[in-house]
Design a protein around this ligand. Structure first.
Ligand code: BGC
Length: 732
């Protein structure tokens, strides 16, 4: 965050002028309090959305008419520095109070969960990451920044960059998958997209990297659960995306709910101060997750709110989300010399720098014209959403080339998910309009498909036998849209059983028993356990929750206008019992094999169902002539990739390495690069990729970065399981 000398001076003079209460105010992030106006308690209302008793849309309507407290008096008194909000009229009104009526006139920072798009909702992150395309990640983030800023939102609680290896965890949907390299590329691109277009203050927002750190490693995939790991694992796998994104300029970071090796991340001096601030050199500030500081009392690390607040500030926490603990207790903590005022000056300086960099001191309001700019989605935004959705779709199976379908084919479209536009959106999106959402059924209609729709059943449970019979009788091909409701994914949505929910497997069985070809289109927010489906359903398309253009993207792939090119950013297990399962695991003394006394399951073997990086195409690719050349500071790997099929297609060439012998057990493979190539039938591309030697080391527990001479295996191929390999001896 580059600031001018005058801006820096202004920040310093403000800090000098501020009272202790005003400093604490800047460290306080409030949300609009719902104080009534509906028949049930607010907590129950939230539960009703969670369990599907009311839809998101109905909830939105109730919220619009709910009585809310916007904390106007506290803003006037300088007791609130940041707010969660998405209403531009309100935002302007509250900014005016902050700027014109508070003593020092410091503008508010307005934050929101804009995880995968604002009005234009893009694929959920686990899906978008599968496009393996940083330029795309950047573009969708840039568009989301512009849209949200037009409504006065200047701070995104995104990107979510938790490396996640356990499909039971509901939040795998929100992040870019299991691999630290891909997550890092995603994180950097998102920060660039959100923050780097300074052609106007209307074009950028502050990113907030979350959840810091190791939240994705919550034990047994249960949300909010404890995490334990060696320091070397933390340094090699969980910290790198955060480090890289901080170096890319990320303006803020959100501490995670979990404890890490016994210390909750909200009060963790090592992760917050030593790593984030002193080692990675974060320029901006750290915010807690919602209620995270208070939860330190539940963790049993602080005896009460005051102690939790004190621990948080001393550990390097700059802003409290939602508890008001700083407002209530920090003044006394300072008086009692348990917290130094200089720690608070540091926090305030960091927060003010972000506000200054956002241009809020000069430009706190959104104009009438700006705030309506995206009310009707511009063509460009819709096209980007369609592009992102198409690129995220993964073809998992295509026996006898059932796909693509011919437009004339008589299709029975099946599954309640196919006809529910709300369900295309995915977890954590809150600013979309239902009119912009295209369901699979609508997508088929737009494509002019020859189809009839029979709901038959879905994730909610229950099958309609008569509709199943009709679907079987009428269609020449059955397209069954199956998967998860959005409410089954995201925060607080961990699952012990990750097979298709409800009676959807039975539905597929009934359809398959007819002998008609069945195509399963999946809508889901986590890797599902699909061993049975892989064994029985001839064609499977992974559609995830693809955002507003989902239906059009699916139709385009079903009819072959788009050749699917998405890859899996997460390993798919055969069964939940294999979780956590990920390709880049350390080797064991008894690597899994067919023989009994090896690291395997009696009933699920040692291989996943689909490996990381996996995805088919309507064409095929072959790899030849891998060669690896050593140069003083890098390896150059080259391979010839040929399109051996009959249609044009895009292959994602993946470069992996393995350090064969090292002083710490290393992963059996590590992704180190990828490159997408689009080839015509019969065409060959020479794909050249570089692996800098500086990328070939690893951290030990003391964070020494070790580059150890020896044999390395270099792989180039289609996924983490399939590729060519060459061994090279490398000296550093
Ligand atoms: C989530 C965060 C989110 C925050 C604010 C929390 O419950 O863990 O990811 O940013 O709420 O909505």
């Amino acid at each position: 965050m580059m600031l001018s000398k005058q801006q820096e001076a202004k920040i310093q003079s403000l800090i000098k002028e501020m009272t202790l209460e005003e400093k604490i105010g800047q460290m306080n992030l409030a949300s609009v309090s719902i104080v009534g106006g509906f028949d049930v308690p607010f907590e129950e209302l939230i539960e009703m959305v969670g369990d599907g008793r009311i839809s998101n849309e109905e909830f939105g309507k109730i919220m619009q008419s709910a009585e809310q407290d916007f904390h106007e008096d506290e803003i006037r008194e300088g007791k609130i520095g940041a707010l969660m909000l998405q209403d531009p009229i309100k935002a302007n009104k509250l900014q005016k109070i902050a700027v014109e009526e508070s003593r020092l006139g410091i503008p508010l920072l307005i934050g929101l969960d804009v995880i995968h798009g604002f009005k234009t909702v893009y694929p959920i992150a686990i899906a978008e990451a599968g496009a393996f395309e940083p330029e795309l990640f950047e573009k969708t983030a840039r568009m989301a920044a512009k849209e949200s800023r037009s409504k006065g939102v200047t701070w995104h609680f995104a990107p979510m960059i938790d490396v996640a290896r356990d499909a039971r965890w509901g939040r795998v949907s929100e992040g870019p998958g299991e691999d630290p390299f891909l997550v890092t590329e995603f994180a950097k691109a998102k920060v660039r997209g959100l923050q780097n277009d300074h052609t106007s203050t209307e074009h950028y927002v502050a990113a907030c990297l979350k959840h810091y750190v190791a939240y994705g490693a919550c034990e047994a995939g249960r949300d909010y659960n404890t995490t334990s790991m060696s320091r070397s694992l933390l340094h090699n796998t969980y910290l790198p995306p955060f480090e890289a994104a901080v170096k890319e300029g990320a303006a803020s970071v959100m501490a995670s709910f979990n404890d890490l090796n016994g210390i909750p991340c909200s009060v963790n001096q090592f992760t917050l101060r030593t790593m984030l601030k002193e080692t990675f050199d974060l320029d901006g500030f750290v915010v807690s997750d919602a209620n995270g500081i208070r939860e330190c009392v539940n963790h049993g690390i602080a005896s009460d709110d005051a102690e939790a607040g004190q621990q948080a500030v001393n550990a390097g926490m700059d802003m409290d989300m939602g508890t008001g603990i700083f407002s209530k207790h920090l003044k006394d903590c300072v008086k009692a010399e348990k917290v130094s005022e200089s720690a608070m000056d540091e926090a305030v300086e960091r927060i003010l720098r972000v506000k200054m960099w956002l241009g809020l001191f000069d430009n706190p309001y959104v104009s009438e014209e700006t705030m309506h700019r995206y009310d009707v989605l511009p063509k460009e935004n819709i096209e980007l959403a369609l592009e992102a959705a198409k690129k995220s779709i993964v073809l998992l199976k295509n026996e006898n080339e059932i796909l693509p379908l011919k437009k004339e084919t008589k299709i029975s479209l099946v599954g309640t998910l196919a006809d529910n536009p709300e369900e295309v959106i995915g977890a954590w999106a809150m600013s979309w309009n239902i009119e912009d959402c295209v369901s699979v059924k609508q997508g088929l209609e737009h494509a002019g498909a020859n189809f009839t729709y029979y709901p038959c059943g879905g994730p909610e449970g229950g099958l309609n036998e008569a509709e199943i019979q009709d679907a079987i009788r009428e269609g020449d091909v059955i397209v069954a849209v199956v998967g998860e409701l959005v409410s089954m994914t995201g925060e607080a949505a961990s699952k012990a059983d990750i097979s298709l929910p409800g009676e959807q497997r039975k539905l597929l069985e009934r359809l398959l028993a007819s002998g008609k070809p069945v195509v399963a289109v999946l809508m889901n927010g986590r890797p599902l356990a699909l061993e049975w489906e892989q064994g029985h359903v001839p064609a499977i398309l992974e559609g995830w929750h693809l955002g507003v253009q989902m239906g059009n993207a699916i139709a385009s792939v079903l009819f072959g206008e788009t050749n699917p090119s998405g890859r899996l950013a997460s390993t798919f297990p055969k069964a939940a019992g294999q979780c956590p399962i990920y390709y880049n695991h350390p080797n064991t003394g008894r690597p899994g094999s067919k023989s009994k006394f090896t690291s395997r399951y009696l009933d699920a073997g040692f291989e996943p169902l689909y490996p990381f990086g996996y995805g088919l195409s309507y064409t095929t690719f072959s790899y030849r002539d891998l060669s690896v050349k050593e140069e003083p500071d890098r390896l150059i790997a080259t391979v010839n990739v040929t399109n051996t099929g009959t249609v044009e297609g895009t292959e994602t060439v993946q470069l992996y390495m393995r350090d064969v012998t090292a002083s710490i057990v290393r992963p059996i493979k590590e992704l180190k690069g990828f490159q997408k190539v689009t080839l015509k039938p019969g065409e060959t591309a020479k794909v050249v990729m570089e692996l800098a030697k500086s990328q070939m080391g690893f951290y030990d527990d003391e964070r020494n970065y070790r580059l150890e001479d020896g044999i390395f295996q270099i792989f180039m191929g289609a996924n983490a399981r399939k590729g060519m390999m060459q061994e090279v001896e490398v000296t550093f």
